[in-house]
Each structure stands twice: as C-alpha cells, then as structure tokens.
Design a protein around this ligand. Structure first.
Ligand code: NAP
Length: 260
C-alpha cells in the first residue's frame, strides 16, 4: 500500500515510523509547518512539503493525522482523490470526510502516542470505512503494521475513547499530582514504581475491582481522615482522594449487595 501522511505531530510521527518499519511505502509527508514536515520527512526518508498543490496523488491511502478540529479544513484543501482518505481521531465521526471524498474512513490508534518517546509502542487500532470494501481494505492495511486491528463504528470508537481517557489520561494525571506531592514532601516517587507496575501487570488476571486494596476498600474511615488531614495543603489531590475513596466505597457496597 502507498501512503501519504498529512500532519507531522505525535500520531503522524509514531505511526509513520511504525509503518515504515513494517515496510509500508510512504510516498510523502505534507504538513502546514514546513520545518516540521521536513523533520518527519527526513526521519522517514521521504519527500516533504507544506504545499497542498504539491500533494502526491498516487497514494492508496491518505492519513490525515491532524488535530480533531482541523480535519475538515485540511480535507477541504485536498484535491479530488480516488483513493481512501482517513482521519485518526477517536471522537470525530468518519462523516466529517463525507462531503470531500468518495472513499473515506478512520484509523484510530488506541495508544498514547508521543513523538518524543524513542521506542515505538504496541498499537491496537480501530478501523472504519464508508463502505464494506473500504473497511476491508483498511483492516488489511492496518494488519500489516498494527499489533491488533478491529472494525468499530463511530459510536464504538467514541465509547472506547472515553474509556481510554479514563484509564490512561486520568491515571497519568493522578501520577503527575502524586509526583509533585512526593517531591514537595521529600519522598522518592520512584519507590512507588513497583507498586504501579504490579497493579498494571495484574490486569486481566481477575476483574479490576478484585485487585482493589487500601483504606477505602477496607472501609477504614480513621485512616482516610488521617490522609485527608495530611492532604490539606494539596487541595486538588485531597479532592480527588475524597471523591475516589467515596467511589470505591460505593462500588464495593453495590457489588456486595445480596440479590433479592
Ligand atoms: N497523540 C495521541 O496519543 C493520539 C492517539 C489517538 C488518536 N489521536 C488523534 O490523532 C490526531 C492527531 O493527534 P496528535 O497527537 O498527532 O496531534 P499533534 O501532535 O498536536 O499534531 C497535530 C498536527 O495537526 C497539524 N495541524 C493543526 N492545526 C492544523 C490546521 N488548521 N491545518 C493543518 N494542519 C494542522 C499540526 O501542524 P503544526 O504542528 O504545524 O501546527 C500537527 O502536524 C487527533 O485527531 C487526535 O485526536 C491522538
């Protein structure tokens, strides 16, 4: 498959490298900022431009890896294409491309992608297309470079994106706040790494709720109070501690209620 990558940010860079490693024929990188287009083009060893007039029209797939709110603007700047045009967003309908192209869809990478990170991660992807042929083509194409490929419609992709934000972005935010807390309190944050890894590595061995430990799970209100007092100087973290403890207690209560 011949591919043109539109954009030069996190997704364009990491997926570009992943595709290249798997032998996908990347024809060109095109992106609004010339220096960034050139940087990615150089990394992938392909021509780069910031001029849509110079778009290589010989690709089978055009990957629009641009911000959610610029997908429509970028699509409107592309010439008529008889190939497949896809975007990479979790929460944008594939139909944002409907008015511009005959064959369109989505390749949504279900992974946190950051161009600064040197190791290329495992990437499951969700694909969708406006026809069965497009879906099948995208599925086949994605299988050549992604570890896992599933077909998912707009609603399924949106729902998965919500789940991904919660398990990844929110968890990482908790870690960022805790890292600051540890630093302020003179505690080595890295001492917690084995604990974090143990929780993540245990996922899948049993339901996540059964992996839960800690004062809220045990219903130990006196320890929770002690912790909340210590957190008085960290209102954001204190608020989350309180809300999450309440959620753990409610979830446990609901799950242990006898069936009537
Ligand atoms: N990063 C992730 O973990 C991840 C995972 C799954 C899906 N996604 C989705 O993938 C898409 C790209 O995300 P990203 O993380 O790669 O974003 P990003 O790193 O911010 O890169 C965005 C790209 O869009 C370009 N762009 C922004 N506004 C533009 C405009 N008006 N016209 C033309 N190009 C424009 C940027 O160009 P400049 O740099 O020159 O401004 C840049 O090349 C989004 O739909 C996102 O939801 C991201």
């Amino acid at each position: 498959m011949k591919v043109v990558i539109v954009g030069s940010g996190n997704v364009a860079t990491v997926l570009g490298k992943k595709m290249k490693e798997s032998g996908v024929d990347i024809l060109q990188v095109i992106s609004q900022t010339y220096t960034k287009a050139l940087e990615l083009g150089t990394a992938l060893n392909v021509p780069a431009t910031d001029n849509y007039g110079e778009l290589n029209t010989g690709a089978d797939i055009y990957l629009l890896a641009v911000t959610d709110n610029s997908i429509a603007t970028v699509a409107a700047q592309l010439p008529e294409l008889h190939s497949i045009v896809v975007h990479t967003a979790g929460s944008v309908s594939k139909d944002v491309l409907q008015g511009s192209f005959g064959q369109y869809g989505v390749i949504y990478p279900l992974q946190t992608l950051n161009r600064q990170i040197s190791t290329i991660p495992e990437v499951p992807v969700m694909v969708d297309g406006n026809t069965e042929v497009v879906k099948e083509t995208l599925k086949k194409f994605a299988k050549t470079w992604a570890e896992q490929v599933v077909v998912a419609n707009d609603q399924q992709r949106l729902t998965t994106h919500v789940a991904a934000v919660i398990v990844n972005n929110f968890t990482n935010h908790l870690m960022a706040l805790t890292e600051d807390f540890c630093m302020n309190e003179g505690i080595d944050f890295s001492l917690l790494f084995p604990l974090i890894n143990q929780t993540v590595n245990s996922l899948g061995t049993m339901p996540a709720a059964r992996l839960q430990t800690g004062p809220a799970e045990r219903g130990d209100i006196s320890i929770i109070d002690k912790h909340l007092q210590l957190l008085n100087r960290y209102p954001a973290l204190r608020n989350l501690y309180l809300k999450l403890s309440e959620s753990i207690i409610i979830h446990k209560r609901k799950n242990s209620m006898p069936d009537i």
